[in-house]
Design a protein around this ligand. Structure first.
Ligand SMILES: [Fe+2]
Length: 373
């Protein structure tokens, strides 16, 4: 549905789809801009343009997408006689970008100001757009409990994302937030409401935010790397990369199998874990942190085997030899250890435990015990 919004017409295309695309048209003009169009819906955009005799002037990609192929290259080719611009961040490596933009830049779209905000974090080339009262956030901010896009894809950085979120927090409350994804049917609301309800806007310091996200690092699935490559190369072939149907892939935990929810695993406290380490030799300890973290401040656990959570499904043969053992999973704060244990349970493993609070809590207890001695 096309709605008149003070100074421009606005349309959310395919509103039921989890990937969002938007259309903007200045009043009294036939020129349009598309935001985040997807190749799988190319024909829908063509139909809208042809039926209404629109002229495609701008295509905005808020970032290089890893979960779907952009329609930008195909639209540029289809409407080459009117030379629509593909607008992306100055950091974009997408080959067919024709207008690179930077922070605070403003594009005058026939009297409609389109203000660019650099909001890196989900990717280095993430931008958000403010178009009068509307705030197109890409994957830099989602709605409500969905938080924001994941930061563990190539070029992602939780540190930068924190800075972007702080920048977003300073914007006026009355902007209406339109993200690039909505996986659970939430409707756009004001930024003011997001400041109240969105957990990612509630962290009060960068360290806490980065620490929270460090427990959600899964790394890109192989299909996402293929999609990124296809988008860098401006493919027009929808078959150039396989994309799973309706996967909430841009969420922090999006590549996880949602059916894991039903596989519950028993947690043990760090104190019980210490006891097991001391008394019981009949277990396999599985540290599922990333490779990088092993040389970080939490260090390693000498008794532990190491398989990062993101590789667990690729290491089945290694895991199978432990099928009849008691397996204890551990990570930094406990979240990934629980997910890993659920994955193992789904694979048929029975004797599973995970350390609640992870190495951080366990080391705290060790320190306290030492102080008591
Ligand atoms: Fe994304």
């Amino acid at each position: 549905m096309l709605t008149k919004d003070q100074e421009y017409y606005f349309q959310m295309i395919n509103p039921d789809h989890t990937c969002k695309a938007y259309l903007i048209r200045p009043i009294n003009s036939s020129s349009i801009a598309l935001i985040d169009p997807q190749l799988e819906h190319l024909q829908d955009y063509i139909d809208i343009i042809e039926q209404n005799k629109y002229t495609l002037k701008y295509i905005f990609d808020t970032h290089t997408h890893a979960d779907h192929i952009s329609a930008a290259a195909a639209l540029k080719e289809k409407y080459k006689e009117v030379e629509p611009d593909l607008v992306m961040s100055k950091y974009s490596q997408v080959r067919c970008v024709s207008l690179k933009v930077q922070d605070e830049m403003e594009i005058n779209f026939e009297g409609i100001p389109i203000k660019i905000l650099e909001t890196p974090g989900h990717t280095l080339d993430s931008i958000s757009l403010i178009i009068l009262g509307k705030f197109f956030t890409g994957d830099s901010l989602f709605l409500g409990e969905a938080g924001a896009g994941r930061d563990d894809l190539p070029g992602g950085s939780p540190e930068q994302h924190w800075i972007s979120l702080e920048k977003i927090k300073r914007l006026p409350d009355n902007l209406i937030v339109y993200p690039a994804h909505e996986y659970r049917g939430r409707q756009p609301t004001t930024l003011g409401e997001q400041k109240q309800t969105n957990p990612y806007l509630k962290f009060t310091n960068q360290e806490a935010y980065v620490e929270y996200l460090s427990d959600l690092v899964l790394g890109p699935a192989d299909w996402m790397k293929d999609v990124l490559k296809a988008n860098y190369q401006c493919t027009q072939d929808p078959k150039s990369a396989w994309v799973p149907l309706d996967s909430p892939a841009c969420e922090s935990l999006g590549t996880l199998d949602p059916s894991l929810e039903k596989y519950s695993v028993k947690a043990i406290s760090p104190l019980v874990f210490s006891q097991i380490l001391k008394d019981n030799k009949d277990y396999i300890l599985l540290d599922v942190r990333s490779e990088k973290e092993l040389s970080g401040k939490l260090g390693t656990i000498p008794e532990a085997n190491h398989i990062p959570l993101s590789s667990i499904m690729n290491d089945i043969s290694q895991l199978l030899k432990w099928r009849d053992k008691k397996i204890i999973t551990i990570c930094g704060s406990g979240k990934r250890a629980e997910i890993a244990a659920r994955i193992l349970k789904k694979l048929g493993f029975q004797n599973l435990l995970f350390v609640e609070g992870g190495i951080k809590k366990w080391k705290g207890i060790k320190l306290n015990n030492l102080r008591a001695i």
